[in-house]
Design a protein around this ligand. Structure first.
Ligand SMILES: CCCCCCCC/C=C\CCCCCCCCCCCCCC(=O)SCCNC(=O)CCNC(=O)[C@H](O)C(C)(C)COP(=O)(O)OP(=O)(O)OC[C@H]1O[C@@H](n2cnc3c(N)ncnc32)[C@H](O)[C@@H]1OP(=O)(O)O
Ligand code: FAD
Length: 663
């Protein structure tokens, strides 16, 4: 009979876990789909993944190709919908070339291609008759997209573009799927016609033959080599690519934003040029949604293990203390649990925001694009940085055993951490938010209304002067008080930065000089967005016994922990007094006590299978020690009692020592 070592913990829960699972999934339908697909993947031996770290790169990669092909076969056999297929990809839990095909190549054609181009290329891509990648970054430039060097020169004689890599630094470098698999790519290059330059645009370029998969003439392509961590992101073929005067037909430039005529004239359509960057906005919003997946996974492991693990505190020979009962453990773990829920909520809101802007764009309303760019960039940065740091904190929360591969945490960290860099370096993205905020502040007096997530700045006069109303610790549970403190902090920091900027004769010079402060302003604004979206969510009717109450506690933990961590901002801008800061901390401690009995149930609500977690420490049944012990013996190093190489290298040293001792 299987014993549930965490049964006691589960019996303490003060809320309906099944209802919380639905809140986490987003809807009853989403929960049912997710649950069904998770079980399907977990029960299929073809999706086994616990041996990945022991494979060499070639074997690992071949294994990924096999899994991707098998996944595609199952998707077709079972006629999975797009939602189901994307859940399948999530639970298969292995980065692959297919991510870039579906996640960037297809969206780039949809977002930047004309109707005609979509009709030609999308059916091929949807049936995977071609496999695409997104090749923007080069050896010399990633963040600075306008600095890309690859050229696309129009040749009016043949009605073609000549794609060329003029320098070593213009080699495409990093694109996922490019290294070994992609047949095509959306390639970003500087458009040149009639001797004039017209900025960076996307072009569909065939890279490899559809017959023998060899590179087409003029193309040099390969993988860029092993990346951070064993297994991990090495299932992906990030690639290098060079062009030597490769010709493509004119109609393979993505022409929704700008068109090149037969004569080589560049015509701008009525959509803003920034739509060339549209695929990045789409992926950044996806990454925000995904942050809660990665963080919740780490938190689930650390929470279950913290309830199993005991150290010190035995009274009269009784059980030692569960490490989850130490306030220091709670102070590190519960804010991460709260962040996982907060990012879930903000990810949902981001989906709404993206759907909204897509509909507006279709109706030629581009008014919300700058704000959507700022939100996706800022929240991508905030959530991925917090998640990467959070996964590492969870590893430490699991003590020594967290460092074992079988804890599931090292691989999770290695796969996740590049999210802080790809799709825009997190600092570079925060600087984009800061630019947007400085622009908003500068327009405050001009009659232009601050809208959307910056609407609070419309109350600048009130927010510059308000005094926090907290008299006792419980006051910090009031949403209006928390909101005002966060809004006042973000406004005061923005205004202070704007004032400092105005002291510089040259704005760009000022921006560079003050960039560290500007990043902090952007963080304050993004944290406010998360807090406000969580509070907004709690205005809704949320069914299920105790569910809303748990979410309210988590929302308060999220906000008050940020307040505590960024106390310097709140105090130096005069938003709160030192006494009120101390009361916030008292409230936070009290909230930890309320979260404690519900902690295991709150991570059960993520509904992760043991297959997906792939963590002995995070097992649902908490049966950690026997399984850790059992697993150690499965290591190939334990196949033989005396390891290969011992007699050859170590024994001679021992023998020498013995001889020396006898002399
Ligand atoms: C197992 C197999 C199963 C098979 C299953 C099949 C089914 C599967 C189903 C689904 C699977 C899907 C999986 C999806 C997962 C996706 C995975 C993705 C993995 C990630 C890979 C990573 C890829 C990359 O990294 S791609 C490269 C990204 N590169 C960057 O992000 C570069 C960053 N740099 C920039 O973005 C810009 O250069 C910049 C913004 C920093 C600066 O640009 P600039 O110099 O041109 O601009 P300015 O600063 O001058 O600004 C001008 C102006 O424009 C505004 N602006 C800037 N950017 C944008 C924008 N994006 N949108 C709108 N506006 C923008 C800016 O604010 C300025 O405005 P002003 O008003 O001030 O003028
Ligand atoms: C795993 C992985 C997968 C990727 N997949 C793809 C892909 O499929 N397709 C693709 O095209 N690309 C891909 N990339 C590339 C990725 O998008 C870039 O690496 C990323 O945009 C960062 O650019 P960079 O490497 O040029 O960093 P850099 O800009 O060189 O950053 C280096 C440092 O400089 C700082 N910095 C840069 N500019 C500024 C500034 N203006 N102000 C202050 N500090 C600054 C940064 O903060 C950072 O600390 C991938 C990268 C990785 C790691």
């Amino acid at each position: 009979m299987e014993v549930d070592h965490l049964a006691d913990e589960r019996s303490k829960a003060q809320f309906d876990v099944e209802e919380m699972k639905i809140v986490w999934a987003g809807s009853r339908h989403a929960f049912q789909v997710s649950d069904r697909i998770a079980r399907l993947v977990a029960s299929d031996p073809a999706f086994q993944k616990d041996h990945r770290a022991r494979l060499g790169r070639k074997e690992l990669f071949k294994n990924t190709l096999r899994k991707a092909a098998y996944a595609w076969k199952r998707i077709n056999e079972l006629r999975l919908t797009e939602e189901e297929a994307s859940r399948l990809r999530f639970f298969v839990d292995e980065p692959a070339f297919t991510d870039l095909h579906w996640g960037m190549f297809v969206p780039a054609i949809k977002g930047q291609g004309t109707e005609e181009q979509q009709q030609k290329w999308l059916p091929l891509a949807h049936k995977m008759q071609i496999i695409g990648c997104y090749a923007q970054t080069e050896l010399g430039h990633g963040s600075n997209v306008q600095g890309l060097e690859t050229t696309a020169t129009f040749d009016p004689q043949t009605d073609e573009f000549i794609i060329h890599s003029p320098t070593l630094t213009s080699s495409k470098w990093w694109p996922g799927g490019l290294g070994k698999v992609a047949t095509h790519g959306v390639i970003y290059a500087r458009l040149l016609t009639n001797g004039q330059e017209h900025g960076v645009h996307g072009f569909i370029v065939q890279i490899r033959s559809l017959d023998d998969h060899l590179p087409l003439p003029g193309i040099t392509v390969g993988d860029i080599g092993i990346k951070f961590g064993s297994g991990a992101y090495n299932t992906m073929d990030n690639g290098v690519l060079r062009f030597d005067q490769v010709r493509i037909p004119r109609n393979q430039m993505l022409m929704r934003v700008s068109q090149v005529t037969r004569e080589g004239k560049v015509v701008q359509s009525d959509v803003p040029r920034q739509l060339v960057y549209g695929t990045m906005v789409f992926v950044r919003k996806t990454i925000v949604g995904d942050a809660s997946n990665a963080l919740s996974r780490a938190v689930c492991i650390a929470t279950r293990y913290s309830a199993v693990r005991r150290q010190f505190g035995s009274q009269k020979g009784g059980l030692e203390t569960q490490v989850i009962d130490y306030k220091t453990q709670q102070n590190r773990l519960f804010p991460l649990l709260a962040s996982a829920y907060a990012f879930r909520v903000v990810g949902e809101w981001m989906e709404w925001l993206y759907t909204d802007v897509t509909q507006r764009l279709k109706a030629n309303d581009f008014s919300t694009l700058p704000e959507v760019h700022a939100c996706t960039a800022g929240l991508k940065s905030l959530t991925t940085s917090a998640t990467a740091d959070g996964i590492e904190e969870c590893r430490k929360l699991c003590g020594g055993h967290g460092y074992l591969h079988s804890s599931g945490l090292p691989e999770l960290f290695a796969v996740y951490v590049p999210a802080c860099t790809y799709e825009g370096d997190n600092i570079v993205l925060l600087l984009q938010v800061a630019r947007f905020l400085m622009k908003t502040v500068s327009q405050l007096g001009s009659g232009k209304k601050a809208v959307g997530t910056t609407a609070y700045m419309g109350r600048v006069e009130q927010l510059m002067q308000c005094r926090c109303d907290v008299q006792n610790a419980e006051d910090w549970l009031k949403p209006s008080i928390v909101m005002e403190a966060f809004e006042a902090r973000a406004t005061r920091m923005s205004v202070a930065c704007a004032r400092n900027l105005s002291k510089f004769g040259n704005q760009e010079e000022g921006f560079l000089e003050l960039s560290a402060d500007l990043v902090e302003v952007a963080v304050a604004h993004c944290q406010l967005i998360v807090v406000s979206k969580f509070i907004e969510k709690l205005q809704q009717d949320i069914p299920g016994k105790g569910v809303k109450n748990q979410l309210e506690n988590l929302c308060s933990v999220y906000a008050l922990n940020i307040l505590h961590k960024h106390l310097g901002d709140f105090l130096s801008t005069g938003c709160i007094t030192p006494m009120q800061a101390s009361l916030a901390n008292d409230q936070l401690r009290s909230l930890y006590s309320q979260v404690r009995p519900n902690a295991v149930a709150l991570v059960d609500a993520f509904n992760y299978t043991d297959h997906f977690l792939s963590s002995i420490l995070g097992r649902y049944d908490g049966n950690v020690y026997p399984k850790l012990y059992e697993d150690a013996w499965k290591d190939p190093l334990n196949d033989s009692i005396v390891p290969d190489g011992f007699h050859e290298y170590v024994q001679p040293i021992l023998k020498q020592q013995l001889r020396n001792a006898k002399l």
